[in-house]
Design a protein around this ligand. Structure first.
Ligand code: ARG
Length: 282
Protein backbone atom coordinates (compact mmCIF):
# COMPACT_ATOMS: atom_id res chain seq x y z
CA UNK A 1 0.00 0.00 0.00
CA UNK A 2 2.79 2.39 1.00
CA UNK A 3 4.53 1.61 -2.26
CA UNK A 4 1.44 2.43 -4.28
CA UNK A 5 1.08 5.77 -2.49
CA UNK A 6 4.77 6.54 -3.06
CA UNK A 7 4.48 5.70 -6.75
CA UNK A 8 1.31 7.73 -7.12
CA UNK A 9 3.00 10.70 -5.47
CA UNK A 10 6.05 10.41 -7.72
CA UNK A 11 3.83 10.16 -10.79
CA UNK A 12 1.87 13.23 -9.69
CA UNK A 13 5.09 15.20 -9.13
CA UNK A 14 6.38 14.31 -12.58
CA UNK A 15 3.06 15.27 -14.11
CA UNK A 16 3.17 18.53 -12.17
CA UNK A 17 6.64 19.31 -13.49
CA UNK A 18 5.50 18.70 -17.06
CA UNK A 19 2.53 20.94 -16.51
CA UNK A 20 4.77 23.70 -15.14
CA UNK A 21 7.27 23.59 -18.00
CA UNK A 22 4.35 23.43 -20.41
CA UNK A 23 2.90 26.59 -18.90
CA UNK A 24 6.26 28.35 -18.91
CA UNK A 25 6.55 27.63 -22.61
CA UNK A 26 3.08 28.95 -23.33
CA UNK A 27 3.50 32.29 -21.49
CA UNK A 28 5.37 34.39 -24.06
CA UNK A 29 8.34 36.40 -22.90
CA UNK A 30 7.75 40.11 -22.96
CA UNK A 31 9.45 43.13 -24.46
CA UNK A 32 8.87 46.11 -22.16
CA UNK A 33 8.96 49.47 -23.92
CA UNK A 34 8.73 52.82 -22.13
CA UNK A 35 6.74 55.46 -23.98
CA UNK A 36 5.56 58.99 -23.25
CA UNK A 37 2.20 58.93 -25.06
CA UNK A 38 1.83 62.73 -25.34
CA UNK A 39 3.47 63.09 -28.74
CA UNK A 40 1.05 62.60 -31.64
CA UNK A 41 1.52 61.28 -34.29
CA UNK A 42 4.38 59.21 -32.79
CA UNK A 43 2.70 57.95 -29.60
CA UNK A 44 -0.57 59.10 -28.15
CA UNK A 45 -3.72 57.85 -26.48
CA UNK A 46 -6.89 56.80 -28.27
CA UNK A 47 -9.39 57.62 -25.52
CA UNK A 48 -12.04 55.35 -27.06
CA UNK A 49 -9.91 52.33 -26.15
CA UNK A 50 -8.55 50.85 -22.92
CA UNK A 51 -5.55 48.87 -21.70
CA UNK A 52 -2.63 48.36 -24.07
CA UNK A 53 -4.89 49.09 -27.08
CA UNK A 54 -5.22 52.75 -26.14
CA UNK A 55 -1.63 53.50 -27.21
CA UNK A 56 -1.45 54.34 -30.89
CA UNK A 57 0.86 56.03 -33.38
CA UNK A 58 3.99 55.40 -35.41
CA UNK A 59 6.17 54.23 -32.51
CA UNK A 60 3.47 51.85 -31.29
CA UNK A 61 3.38 50.22 -34.74
CA UNK A 62 7.17 50.05 -34.72
CA UNK A 63 7.24 48.56 -31.19
CA UNK A 64 4.69 45.93 -32.21
CA UNK A 65 6.76 45.06 -35.26
CA UNK A 66 9.95 44.71 -33.21
CA UNK A 67 8.26 42.54 -30.57
CA UNK A 68 6.64 40.26 -33.13
CA UNK A 69 9.87 39.88 -35.13
CA UNK A 70 11.64 38.90 -31.89
CA UNK A 71 8.84 36.51 -30.90
CA UNK A 72 8.05 38.54 -27.78
CA UNK A 73 4.87 39.95 -26.34
CA UNK A 74 4.89 43.76 -26.33
CA UNK A 75 4.17 45.52 -23.06
CA UNK A 76 4.04 49.32 -23.33
CA UNK A 77 4.88 51.08 -20.08
CA UNK A 78 3.44 54.60 -20.27
CA UNK A 79 5.41 57.24 -18.36
CA UNK A 80 6.67 60.80 -18.75
CA UNK A 81 9.39 61.58 -21.28
CA UNK A 82 12.12 62.10 -18.65
CA UNK A 83 10.99 58.96 -16.79
CA UNK A 84 11.36 56.95 -20.04
CA UNK A 85 15.04 57.85 -20.15
CA UNK A 86 15.58 57.08 -16.44
CA UNK A 87 13.79 53.73 -16.82
CA UNK A 88 16.16 52.65 -19.60
CA UNK A 89 19.18 53.69 -17.56
CA UNK A 90 18.02 51.83 -14.46
CA UNK A 91 17.06 48.76 -16.51
CA UNK A 92 13.41 48.66 -15.40
CA UNK A 93 12.37 48.47 -19.08
CA UNK A 94 14.09 46.86 -22.07
CA UNK A 95 14.07 50.03 -24.17
CA UNK A 96 12.29 53.29 -24.86
CA UNK A 97 10.70 54.16 -28.19
CA UNK A 98 9.35 57.66 -27.84
CA UNK A 99 10.26 59.81 -30.81
CA UNK A 100 13.82 60.32 -29.60
CA UNK A 101 15.93 62.46 -31.88
CA UNK A 102 19.58 61.56 -32.18
CA UNK A 103 21.64 63.81 -29.92
CA UNK A 104 25.34 63.47 -29.03
CA UNK A 105 24.46 63.50 -25.30
CA UNK A 106 22.06 60.58 -25.73
CA UNK A 107 24.76 58.75 -27.68
CA UNK A 108 26.99 59.09 -24.61
CA UNK A 109 24.40 57.92 -22.11
CA UNK A 110 22.65 55.11 -24.00
CA UNK A 111 23.12 52.48 -26.64
CA UNK A 112 21.28 54.05 -29.57
CA UNK A 113 19.71 51.98 -32.30
CA UNK A 114 20.31 52.76 -35.96
CA UNK A 115 18.12 55.56 -37.30
CA UNK A 116 14.49 55.09 -38.20
CA UNK A 117 12.52 57.60 -40.19
CA UNK A 118 9.16 59.05 -39.23
CA UNK A 119 8.16 61.12 -42.24
CA UNK A 120 8.46 64.86 -41.78
CA UNK A 121 7.69 64.80 -38.05
CA UNK A 122 11.10 66.14 -37.09
CA UNK A 123 12.49 67.60 -40.29
CA UNK A 124 11.76 70.94 -38.63
CA UNK A 125 11.70 71.99 -34.97
CA UNK A 126 9.26 74.79 -34.60
CA UNK A 127 7.30 77.00 -32.19
CA UNK A 128 3.51 77.18 -31.93
CA UNK A 129 1.40 79.99 -30.44
CA UNK A 130 -2.21 81.15 -30.18
CA UNK A 131 -3.74 81.79 -33.60
CA UNK A 132 -4.08 85.52 -32.77
CA UNK A 133 -0.24 85.75 -32.63
CA UNK A 134 0.46 83.73 -35.78
CA UNK A 135 3.18 85.34 -37.88
CA UNK A 136 4.27 87.80 -35.14
CA UNK A 137 7.44 86.01 -34.05
CA UNK A 138 9.59 84.69 -36.88
CA UNK A 139 13.17 85.37 -35.68
CA UNK A 140 14.86 84.21 -32.47
CA UNK A 141 15.07 87.85 -31.20
CA UNK A 142 11.28 88.15 -31.47
CA UNK A 143 10.97 85.84 -28.45
CA UNK A 144 12.77 88.33 -26.25
CA UNK A 145 10.76 88.87 -23.05
CA UNK A 146 8.32 86.07 -23.85
CA UNK A 147 7.58 82.80 -22.07
CA UNK A 148 8.22 79.74 -24.21
CA UNK A 149 7.37 76.23 -23.05
CA UNK A 150 9.31 73.05 -23.82
CA UNK A 151 9.17 69.43 -22.67
CA UNK A 152 11.66 68.38 -20.01
CA UNK A 153 14.72 66.44 -21.23
CA UNK A 154 13.79 67.05 -24.87
CA UNK A 155 15.63 68.23 -27.96
CA UNK A 156 13.18 71.16 -28.04
CA UNK A 157 14.29 72.26 -24.56
CA UNK A 158 17.96 72.19 -25.66
CA UNK A 159 17.09 74.21 -28.78
CA UNK A 160 15.24 76.84 -26.70
CA UNK A 161 18.11 77.31 -24.27
CA UNK A 162 20.73 77.46 -27.02
CA UNK A 163 18.92 79.52 -29.68
CA UNK A 164 16.37 81.80 -28.00
CA UNK A 165 17.49 85.12 -26.44
CA UNK A 166 18.74 85.14 -22.84
CA UNK A 167 15.76 87.20 -21.64
CA UNK A 168 13.24 84.72 -23.01
CA UNK A 169 11.95 82.62 -20.15
CA UNK A 170 11.93 78.88 -20.91
CA UNK A 171 9.15 77.10 -19.03
CA UNK A 172 9.64 73.36 -18.54
CA UNK A 173 6.71 70.93 -18.82
CA UNK A 174 6.73 67.23 -18.00
CA UNK A 175 3.78 66.53 -20.29
CA UNK A 176 3.13 68.10 -23.71
CA UNK A 177 -0.65 68.03 -23.12
CA UNK A 178 -0.22 70.17 -20.01
CA UNK A 179 2.00 72.57 -21.96
CA UNK A 180 -0.69 72.94 -24.65
CA UNK A 181 -3.22 73.75 -21.90
CA UNK A 182 -0.82 76.37 -20.54
CA UNK A 183 -0.55 77.91 -24.01
CA UNK A 184 -4.31 78.00 -24.40
CA UNK A 185 -4.72 79.58 -20.96
CA UNK A 186 -2.09 82.24 -21.60
CA UNK A 187 0.41 80.98 -19.00
CA UNK A 188 3.01 80.83 -21.77
CA UNK A 189 3.18 82.75 -25.08
CA UNK A 190 4.51 79.92 -27.20
CA UNK A 191 5.55 76.26 -27.15
CA UNK A 192 8.52 74.59 -28.85
CA UNK A 193 7.53 71.37 -30.65
CA UNK A 194 8.54 69.00 -33.43
CA UNK A 195 6.92 69.92 -36.77
CA UNK A 196 4.57 66.91 -37.02
CA UNK A 197 3.63 67.12 -33.36
CA UNK A 198 2.81 70.82 -33.86
CA UNK A 199 0.55 69.89 -36.78
CA UNK A 200 -1.25 67.32 -34.59
CA UNK A 201 -1.72 69.89 -31.80
CA UNK A 202 -3.08 72.45 -34.28
CA UNK A 203 -5.40 69.84 -35.82
CA UNK A 204 -6.89 69.25 -32.36
CA UNK A 205 -6.97 72.93 -31.27
CA UNK A 206 -8.49 75.62 -33.50
CA UNK A 207 -7.01 78.43 -31.45
CA UNK A 208 -3.39 77.25 -31.92
CA UNK A 209 -1.17 78.05 -34.92
CA UNK A 210 2.46 78.01 -36.12
CA UNK A 211 4.52 81.09 -35.27
CA UNK A 212 6.46 80.80 -38.52
CA UNK A 213 9.75 80.39 -36.63
CA UNK A 214 11.93 77.32 -37.13
CA UNK A 215 15.01 76.39 -35.10
CA UNK A 216 18.30 75.60 -36.77
CA UNK A 217 18.77 71.86 -36.40
CA UNK A 218 21.64 69.57 -37.36
CA UNK A 219 20.69 67.03 -40.03
CA UNK A 220 21.34 64.07 -37.70
CA UNK A 221 18.70 65.32 -35.20
CA UNK A 222 16.01 64.70 -37.85
CA UNK A 223 16.46 60.99 -37.32
CA UNK A 224 14.82 59.00 -34.58
CA UNK A 225 16.57 56.39 -32.48
CA UNK A 226 15.56 53.80 -29.89
CA UNK A 227 17.15 54.10 -26.44
CA UNK A 228 18.65 50.92 -24.97
CA UNK A 229 20.71 50.56 -21.81
CA UNK A 230 24.39 51.41 -22.27
CA UNK A 231 26.33 48.22 -22.93
CA UNK A 232 23.36 46.08 -23.93
CA UNK A 233 24.93 45.33 -27.31
CA UNK A 234 23.10 42.07 -28.01
CA UNK A 235 19.69 43.70 -27.78
CA UNK A 236 20.89 46.69 -29.82
CA UNK A 237 22.12 44.37 -32.56
CA UNK A 238 18.83 42.44 -32.58
CA UNK A 239 16.84 45.69 -32.76
CA UNK A 240 18.98 47.01 -35.61
CA UNK A 241 18.32 43.84 -37.60
CA UNK A 242 14.57 44.39 -37.24
CA UNK A 243 14.92 48.08 -38.19
CA UNK A 244 16.82 47.10 -41.32
CA UNK A 245 13.99 44.74 -42.19
CA UNK A 246 11.35 47.47 -41.74
CA UNK A 247 13.43 49.90 -43.80
CA UNK A 248 14.02 47.40 -46.63
CA UNK A 249 10.31 46.57 -46.72
CA UNK A 250 9.52 50.29 -47.02
CA UNK A 251 7.20 50.30 -43.99
CA UNK A 252 8.18 53.65 -42.42
CA UNK A 253 6.39 55.86 -44.96
CA UNK A 254 3.11 53.95 -44.68
CA UNK A 255 3.30 53.84 -40.88
CA UNK A 256 3.76 57.61 -40.76
CA UNK A 257 0.85 58.29 -43.11
CA UNK A 258 -1.34 55.98 -40.99
CA UNK A 259 -0.27 57.78 -37.82
CA UNK A 260 -1.08 61.18 -39.38
CA UNK A 261 -4.59 60.02 -40.21
CA UNK A 262 -5.04 58.69 -36.65
CA UNK A 263 -3.77 61.99 -35.21
CA UNK A 264 -6.19 63.96 -37.39
CA UNK A 265 -3.37 65.72 -39.30
CA UNK A 266 -4.57 64.30 -42.59
CA UNK A 267 -7.62 62.41 -43.76
CA UNK A 268 -7.66 58.98 -45.37
CA UNK A 269 -8.62 60.52 -48.71
CA UNK A 270 -5.75 63.02 -48.54
CA UNK A 271 -3.34 60.17 -47.96
CA UNK A 272 -4.97 58.48 -50.94
CA UNK A 273 -5.93 55.15 -49.45
CA UNK A 274 -7.31 52.62 -51.88
CA UNK A 275 -10.28 50.35 -51.11
CA UNK A 276 -8.10 47.91 -49.16
CA UNK A 277 -6.87 50.69 -46.90
CA UNK A 278 -3.42 50.75 -48.49
CA UNK A 279 -1.74 53.97 -49.55
CA UNK A 280 -2.38 54.21 -53.29
CA UNK A 281 0.73 54.49 -55.46
CA UNK A 282 1.34 57.96 -57.01
N1 ARG B 1 12.24 64.42 -30.68
C1 ARG B 1 12.26 65.16 -29.46
C2 ARG B 1 13.37 64.67 -28.58
O1 ARG B 1 14.06 63.79 -28.93
C3 ARG B 1 10.95 65.10 -28.72
C4 ARG B 1 10.44 63.75 -28.41
C5 ARG B 1 9.29 63.79 -27.46
N2 ARG B 1 8.69 62.51 -27.33
C6 ARG B 1 7.59 62.27 -26.55
N3 ARG B 1 7.08 61.08 -26.59
N4 ARG B 1 7.11 63.20 -25.80
O2 ARG B 1 13.59 65.17 -27.51
Amino acid sequence: MKKIIAWTLTALMILGMFAMTGCAKKAAKTLTVAMSPDFAPMEFVDTSKTGQDQYVGFDVTLANFIASEMGLELVIKPMSFDACQAAVQSGTVDMSISGFSYTPTRAENFNLSDYYYAGDNETEQTIICLAENAGKWTKAEDFSGLKVGAQVASLQYDLCTSQLPADCSIEIYTDIGTAVEALRNGLINALAVAQGNGEAIIAANDQVAMTGFNFEVSAEAENNVILIKKGNDDLTKAVNEVLAKAFDAGYYGKWYEDAKVLAGISTASEVGYDDEGNVAAD
